[in-house]
Design a protein around this ligand. Sequence first.
Ligand code: KIV
Length: 272
Amino acid sequence: MSVNKEIKKVTTHTLQLMKSAGEKISMITAYDYSFANIFDSAGIDIILVGDSASNVMAGHETTLPITLDQMIYHAQSVVRGISRCLVVVDMPFGSYQSNPQIALASAIKIMKETGGHSVKLEGGDEEAIDSVKKIVSAGIPVMGHLGLTPQSIYKFGTYTVRAKEIDEAAKLKKDALLLQEAGAFAIVLEKIPAALAKEVSESLSIPTIGIGAGGDCDGQVLVMHDMLGINVEFKPRFLRKYLNMHEQVTGAVGQYIKDVKSKNFPNENEQY
Ligand code: KIV
């Protein structure tokens, strides 16, 4: 029997049990009530209310513009749609970088106003670690995020694979251990070599969740718009599309338009 099937509600403790049992953790992003409800009913372990909402919901080029209040709005909608999975809410750019006290205030606001179960923040430098410690000491579970950290896109300049060089790989391994020591309950590893992700996953007692980081992470995450084929332009090597929603929705709406124009819709059974 899998750990996933035995439990009524996924908690950070469940994820730890899953890692120990070698059971992979499934995570997907969601930003609204309806999709969260579908994903939760399908049995997903974690929903991430990602700051990728800035891209896929609001149409911005980067994750930087989304605000704390906008993240809270998305998270509130997601939480209303779930009954079983763990909800992680991304802390948006500017809500935690300045100091641990501000980070804690932002995390508390997220927890109080959304009903979410945990927060995620990017990076593993000294300030990020201090913020993780501060937030965890207030009783709020924190997920870390290393490798490609989209909030630092203007520092890196590209969305290419990270930590291919020895120095950057060594720093990532060190940061992962520091995050674990600071009390993080899991770490997202984004777009790093699979061999490095395997090494990090094996060195940590907490689970790693990969995106473009190979099959040896303890779990996987995808952005819902990418895996459902809503976003057709985005085609990185790591992405598996499970649906071609763009094509299906275009077909359905095209048919609806035709039916309205040809007076085929509504027919006599579709009226009062
Ligand atoms: O915001 C997001 O969707 C994320 C995932 C890519 C991990 O952080």
